[in-house]
Write a protein that binds this ligand. Structure first.
Ligand SMILES: C[S@@+](CC[C@H](N)C(=O)[O-])C[C@H]1O[C@@H](n2cnc3c(N)ncnc32)[C@H](O)[C@@H]1O
Length: 280
């Protein structure tokens, strides 16, 4: 069976079970660990028996157990780089690329040298590592922290995998942070526990709950960070957050009551998704 035939067969199996068919192509590409271009040019190549068996057993795992692509493959592409994903870290989400884009745009516009950037709640390290790599020609210091030692282990591996110079610190939010930064960026847990009932099983079963849920209707981390930020921000330091689509008003209020002005930006799907805070 060649690659194209395998994908067609997998699409059929997925369709019958009401599953997203596009997974068939990506899963094979991820499993063979090939770039999109190389993969697209090699669709007529034969799969070995082992490759074919492995591919269809992964397709079956997805159908039966709803295991997401990143967990089937053990990695995910984010901002065109490959990041290891395990049960200890949140699988990278497309929306987070947009947050990083905003940070990069801000750094480029600010025209400042030797910026210090802190990525709080780093998980797999995607934010810190991507910023460091995308701004490789600038002299930046990027620090990333997480409460989870297991997540930090994955983040450190991802830094090595991508040759990203990031300093990692284990910390409960700011507890072990002893510096002042130009930029704090964070995609913290922000889902209210009450929303658990509406969430899809593949998120609840495969993303760590430590990465998803937050007290205070999802606002706990934002409040802790904003209330204490001045101690960890330079005079003209700023904050970038990823936020939930329904957290705009709460974020504006939180910022105002802590002497910050906030702007909220929409993602490509038109949903409120990013907040930018600067001091009044
Ligand atoms: C939504 S995930 C974000 C991961 C990554 N930044 C991303 O964008 O994919 C939130 C992360 O916050 C971490 N976390 C949970 N509680 C924390 C705490 N009290 N202090 C620091 N990090 C925490 C979790 O371990 C998880 O890695």
């Amino acid at each position: 069976m060649n690659r194209r035939q395998a994908i067609t067969k997998a699409c059929l199996l997925l369709r019958r079970q009401g599953k997203e068919e596009s997974l068939a192509k990506f899963l094979l590409m991820y499993m063979l660990d090939e770039s999109p271009q190389l993969f697209s040019n090699s669709l007529s190549e034969q799969l070995s028996k082992e490759e074919e068996d492995k591919y269809f057993s992964l397709i079956e795992k997805h159908i039966k157990e709803d295991v997401p692509l990143s967990h089937l493959a053990g990695f995910e592409y984010f901002y065109d780089r490959k990041f290891k994903v395990t049960k200890d870290v949140l699988s990278p989400r497309m929306e987070t690329e947009e947050l990083i884009y905003k940070v990069i745009e801000y750094v480029k516009m600010s025209n400042k040298n030797n910026l210090k950037i802190l990525d709080l709640c780093t998980g797999s390290g995607i934010i810190a590592i991507t910023i460091r790599k995308e701004l490789e020609n600038l002299s930046l210091e990027v620090v990333a922290s997480d409460i989870s030692e297991a997540a930090l282990k994955v983040a450190k591996e991802n830094a090595i995998l991508n040759d990203g110079d990031v300093k990692f610190i284990q910390s409960d939010i700011f507890k072990n942070i002893n510096d002042k930064f130009d930029i704090i960026v964070s995609n913290p847990p922000y889902i209210a526990y009450d929303d658990k009932v509406t969430m899809e099983d593949n998120v609840l079963n495969y993303d760590p709950h430590l990465a998803l849920f937050a007290e205070e209707g999802g606002m706990y981390f934002y409040r802790e960070i904003v209330e204490n930020a001045k101690q960890y921000l330079k005079e003209d330091g700023v904050i970038f957050f990823e936020i939930g689509y329904d957290q705009r008003e709460k974020m504006l209020k939180l910022a105002k009551s802590n002497e910050f002005i906030a702007e909220v930006y929409k993602d490509l799907n038109g949903r409120d998704r990013m907040a930018f805070l600067k001091r009044i």
